[in-house]
Design a protein around this ligand. Structure first.
Ligand code: 3HC
Length: 328
């Protein structure tokens, strides 16, 4: 299933009043929070809706690779932690869909775009979880990268999104810690467990670096998102921060990051790293990754299986509405 071409935000039909845009940008420059009822340029609204819908879809699709391992967790403690994490991700998705609704887009419309294969979600979730160590690596790398990105978004200019990030980041920290503990346990376990952990690191490292998006110079959205205070830092700066944090963590548990070019740079005080395979990135983003079809099929099946819940909830809401009207 080919995902549509980049859904770069289309120019508004009617240009916004330049004076209002200037006042809006002055508010951003003063560090003010933009709230749902405030005036905003149509492009700002569309950019936020684009970004937040993809974020929400990522949270929901991200449940699938991990959900596969709930019944196969090695013990009750790991099973409980994984159930809690997957439930958290569902809540994150619903929370962010609520955020898109404050911008005037109904979540059913966004969910239908996902089900129709027309919506993006983070490419990282199109990779398979082959062993239990993958669950540890997802917590360590994927939630770790999400924390770096979302800690920045917690200062975004759009109030509902920033506030959602504050709450979500608290739970992401638990996600990362439980993942890193799994990896530390395996790395200090039997030779087979250690090999399983290293294999997972080898497979998940580069796709995790891709989570931060293309280089800023190739980003079709960064310039506008930075100008409007949505992104306080560019993709490359956040990626570099993640690499710097993770190198020390890998060293601490004697696991090797699969990048022979990884080298500490005394001048910049950063870890220089090798080139990212952007052909792989775009191949997966455009629908031709290892699990894209499987993920969409699972999402469609889950949506169909949940139809009765939506019908029952709507019937109950209508009954409550009728009772309220009769009582008035
Ligand atoms: N996967 C899929 N598509 C991606 C991508 C990725 N990792 N990175 C970038 N893209 C897409 C963008 O959507 C854009 O396409 P579009 O214009 O059609 O939407 C195109 O590639 C160019 O990228 P840009 O850098 O211009 O796009 P952005 O400025 O939107 O930056 C982003 C990309 C950094 C992912 C930004 O959208 C963002 O910060 N989003 C919010 C956070 C988020 O969505 N995180 C996803 C993971 S959620 C998660 O990990 C859950 C946790 O609980 C595990």
């Amino acid at each position: 299933m080919m995902v549509n071409e980049p859904s770069a935000v289309q120019p508004s039909a009617t240009p916004d009043d330049p004076a209002r845009v200037a006042e809006f940008e002055a508010r951003i420059a003063r560090g003010e929070s933009i709230e749902p009822k405030d005036w905003m340029p149509e492009r700002y609204r569309k950019q936020l809706t684009r970004m937040m819908s993809q974020h929400a879809h990522s949270e929901i699709v991200g449940m699938l690779p991990e959900g596969n391992w709930i019944t196969r967790a090695p013990n009750l403690r790991r099973k409980m932690a994984l159930i809690a994490k997957v439930q958290d991700e569902a809540g994150h998705g619903l929370y962010i869909y609520c955020g898109t609704e404050t911008l005037g887009t109904d979540r059913q419309e966004l969910v239908q775009q996902l089900l129709d294969g027309k919506a993006k979600y983070s490419s990282i979730f199109n990779y398979p979880t082959l062993t239990w160590a993958d669950i540890g690596c997802i917590g360590w790398f994927v939630d770790g990268a999400a924390i770096v990105n979302q800690t920045m978004l917690a200062k975004a200019s759009y109030g509902p999104y920033a506030r959602a990030m504050v709450r979500i980041c608290k739970e992401e920290n638990f996600h990362k810690r439980q993942g890193y503990e799994i990896m530390a346990t395996l790395a200090n376990g039997t030779p087979e467990q250690r090999a399983m952990a290293q294999d997972a690191v080898n497979r998940w490292w580069w796709p995790s670096l891709m989570m931060f998006g293309p280089h800023d110079a190739e980003s079709s959205n960064s310039e506008e998102l930075v100008r409007w205070g949505v992104k306080k830092k560019g993709n490359d700066e956040l990626r570099q921060r993640f690499v710097n944090l993770t190198v020390a963590q890998a060293t601490a548990i004697n696991l090797t990051l699969p990048d022979p070019a990884l080298q500490y740079n005394e001048q910049t005080e950063n870890w220089d790293f090798g080139p990212i395979d952007w052909d792989e990135f775009w191949r997966v983003v455009k629908g031709d990754g290892p699990c894209n079809r499987e993920r969409l099929a699972a999402r469609r099946d889950a949506h169909a299986a949940g139809e009765w819940v939506r019908v029952a909830a709507a019937a109950y809401a209508a009954k409550q509405q009728r009772s309220a009207t009769e009582a008035a």
